[in-house]
Design a binder for this molecule. Structure first.
Ligand code: MG
Ligand code: MG
Length: 322
């Protein structure tokens, strides 16, 4: 089992040994939940509104305190994390396989549990399954970020698998609710990114994979004008996340950068936290953020990360384990 860091947080570039595969996996899942909980406080605010509201804290939102438009308890997470946990349980129930029907049933059960929030495209997709039994929605113009925000369990269960297998599994879960070329491309590249990072690839793999996806979908080029106040459009989400991840070199700076862009801050925070956690590992996550997270969510994330990782292709992981 992996243990929580007992020492004070290290927010500078982590100077110790490279994180293990398990530390990267747990870091990714805690990073997702922490980014969600941190960002939810400022979801739908503009950067200027955030700066004014946090003027006594230097104009930056940096603590997990709850509140926001959902009036969350401190440490409470939203649909980004709870949908990922539902998907992860479906994968574990299928002994590590990603099966569309199991995913759809898990999302249906999640919606029946009265989640604190739910996106319109996600709701439509789940109702489509409930009413027709179809596990995938038809192609649409809707390129929202709801399938991207929950993709982590797929990357953990298949870490190190060949690209074709990763893409196929990523889309099996995504198309329960989303079916659009841009939404598909972002889900697939995020799963590839996490898979490579979990296997110990350097942070530069993020640039390589982002360049590949942008060659096919130029809208996803993230360099250039800073992406401020990102909407739920997956292009905005991807650009804001990549700018934050690439322009910082530690977990805390990355999340503070991304959530202070405002807009869909819980989702950009969740995805950035997933990537930064996989990149820097558990030990790089500030202890105060781990402690602030809802205890049940924290335990579920740690437990699920390791159980999903146990299904990852062992022969590939053995080659790239650090
Ligand atoms: Mg949310
Ligand atoms: Mg959101």
């Amino acid at each position: 089992m992996i243990s929580m860091p007992a020492s004070a947080p290290r927010t500078e570039r982590f100077p110790g040994p490279a994180p293990t595969t398990a530390e990267r996996a747990v870091g990714a899942y805690l990073g997702l939940a922490i980014g969600d909980a941190l960002g939810a406080t400022v979801e739908f605010m503009t950067p200027t509104e955030i700066a004014v509201a946090h003027r006594r804290q230097g104009g930056r939102h940096t603590e997990i305190v709850g509140g926001g438009w959902l009036r969350l308890r401190a440490g409470q997470v939203t649909d980004d994390t709870t949908m990922a946990l539902a998907l992860g349980e479906a994968i574990l129930g299928a002994e590590g396989r990603i099966e569309a029907e199991a995913c759809a049933k898990a999302f249906d059960g999640w919606m029946r549990s009265r989640p604190v929030d739910i996106g319109n495209t996600v709701r439509r997709g789940i109702l489509h399954f409930r009413n027709t039994g179809a596990v995938h929605v038809p192609p649409s113009q809707d390129a929202g970020n709801g399938a991207a925000m929950r993709c982590l369990p797929v990357a953990l269960a298949l870490a190190g698998a060949p690209r074709g297998r990763l893409d196929e599994a990523a889309l099996l879960q995504a198309r329960v609710t989303h079916h659009n070329p841009l939404a598909d491309a972002v889900v697939c590249v995020l799963v590839r990114m996490v898979s490579e990072l979990i296997c110990g690839a350097p942070a530069s793999c993020l640039l390589d994979l982002a360049s590949e996806v942008a060659a096919e979908h130029p809208q996803l080029r993230f360099r250039g004008r800073p992406c401020s106040n990102p909407s739920g459009y997956v292009v905005d989400t991807f650009r804001a996340v990549m700018q934050g991840v690439v322009d910082t070199d530690d977990f805390e700076s990355c999340l503070v950068d991304v959530v202070n862009r405002g807009g869909d801050a819980d989702t950009t925070g969740a995805i950035a936290g997933m990537l930064a956690g996989a990149c820097y590992g558990l030990e790089a996550i500030p202890r105060r953020w781990i402690d602030a997270l809802d205890a049940q969510v924290r335990e579920a994330c740690c437990s699920q990360a390791l159980r999903l990782l146990a299904y990852a292709p062992v022969e590939d992981l053995a080659d790239c384990r650090h």
